[in-house]
Design a protein around this ligand. Structure first.
Ligand code: NAD
Ligand code: TDX
Length: 363
């Protein structure tokens, strides 16, 4: 087992990274966190408000900045990297893939190289005396930095609406969009740095998350905030595409389990058996917010849009004993609606520009 003391959380001002920081603060008050985030349009420093400043150091910077990353690993004696930072939105990747290649591919490569470099430095300068190549890590003494890479089920492409099959760790990569292709590339880099350089890596591929602090460009918060702002919700195509929804807190809990108990070099799929069609989710939101089921507009479908994702999470359940604790989707949705109702100051500044961008895409 591994005990994270000093974590570097990349992308910690984004949706899942911020939830992970809050989750860690609540469950592991002794762990120190450094958040490195470039504060792109998707990052919001305010998403980390409320965490004890003694437990969290925020650094505004880019994961592609290798000297900066090396300095952080060294100065904060980082033993665990949890890598959330990414360009994360499919529709944006269709308009312009370039930041996806830079952050998701080059950024991941930069982090891997910085970790490799820092491990070498620690081996060479360690007071244990077994420096350089002959240094042999042991269970009680290691200079390894645990590197957990956060990825997505989208690397596997999509499933037909009616086939019984789900994604497993053995499913072949087959990404559809520029976003998912860039995430697939980053997964391959992480595996290569484990195999070639022996980095202590793990990977998780999770299904669609929902919950607090999710950007208003994403499906569920877009529809909730549209309704709150008096705009009709927008459904792509006929809304028959299926997503496998998981509450973000369940994802955070799974990541912690992988950090502490996961086997180095392994990949774990994370999902909570939450398959629902987009139109079903939209109708639930409308109904729970007191509107008629048909009070929405059909808009352009996403070019090449994936039909269905579904995760078989039996490996993480069997090996690590993980179970989703928030599998009641209706309840999670009510809490999420309530969160957006009571946090208008958080989402309002991004709303108009997001809708304007969608209008130009016919979405
Ligand atoms: P997000 O877009 O909400 O947040 C991304 C964060 O990364 C932002 O704070 C942004 O400022 C930061 N960032 C972007 N480029 C950066 C750079 N070059 N340097 C430093 N920081 C940078 O994304 P999210 O939904 O929280 O997703 C987090 C991770 O989880 C991503 O790797 C994504 O691929 C993965 N994932 C997301 C989902 C989902 O449903 N949202 C599902 C599975 C996996
Ligand atoms: O307004 C909308 N109407 C709509 O019908 C939006 C924004 C989306 N949709 C549809 C498209 C998809 O079929 O809803 C579904 C979900 O769309 P997104 O929220 O954009 O998520 P998705 O493309 O499934 O990707 C998400 O899950 C996997 C995250 O954004 C990724 O980062 C993650 O890897």
């Amino acid at each position: 087992t591994h005990t994270p003391h000093n974590l570097l959380i990349t992308g910690g001002a984004g949706f899942i990274g911020a939830n992970f920081a809050h989750w860690t603060a609540a469950h592991h008050p002794d762990a120190h966190m450094v958040v490195l985030d470039a504060l792109t349009y998707a990052g919001n420093r305010a998403s980390l408000n409320g965490i004890d400043p003694n437990q969290l150091t925020f650094i505004h910077g880019d994961i592609c900045d290798r000297p900066l990353v090396e300095r952080i690993l060294h100065d904060h004696d980082i033993d665990t990297v949890v890598h959330f930072a990414a360009e994360s939105h499919n529709d944006n990747s269709i308009l312009d893939a370039s930041p996806f290649l830079t952050t998701n591919v080059t950024g991941t490569w930069t982090l891997l190289e910085a970790v490799r470099h820092e491990r070498e430095e620690r081996n060479a300068h360690c007071a244990c005396g077994i420096g350089g190549d002959s240094h042999t890590p042991s269970a009680t003494h290691t200079h390894d930095i645990r590197f957990h890479h956060i990825s997505t089920d989208e690397v596997y492409g999509d499933l037909a609406l009616d086939e019984p099959r789900k994604f497993t760790e053995a499913t072949a990569y087959n990404p559809s969009s520029p976003y998912s292709a860039s995430k697939a590339a980053s997964d391959h880099l992480v595996r290569a740095w484990h195999r070639t350089y022996g980095l202590a890596t793990t990977i998780s591929n999770c299904s669609n998350n929902y919950g607090a602090y999710q950007h208003v460009e994403k499906f569920i918060p877009r529809q909730i905030t549209n309704i709150l702002a008096g705009i009709r919700p927008k459904l792509y195509g006929q809304g028959l595409a299926v997503r496998d929804w998981i509450h973000v807190d369940d994802h955070c809990d799974a990541v912690w389990r992988i950090l502490t108990h996961g086997r180095v070099g392994e990949t774990y799929l994370i999902g909570a058996d939450g398959e629902r069609s987009n139109i079903d989710v939209l109708r639930m939101i409308l109904q729970r917010m007191g509107l008629p089921e048909d009070a929405f507009d059909h808009v352009n479908d996403r070019p090449g849009g994936d039909r269905r994702y579904a995760i078989d999470a039996s490996k993480i359940m069997r090996e690590l004993g993980w179970r989703p604790q928030h599998a009641d989707f209706a309840r999670g949705l009510d809490e999420t609606i309530e969160w957006y109702r009571s946090h208008e100051e958080w989402w309002r500044p991004a709303k108009a520009a997001t809708e304007e961008k969608y209008r130009r895409q016919g979405h």
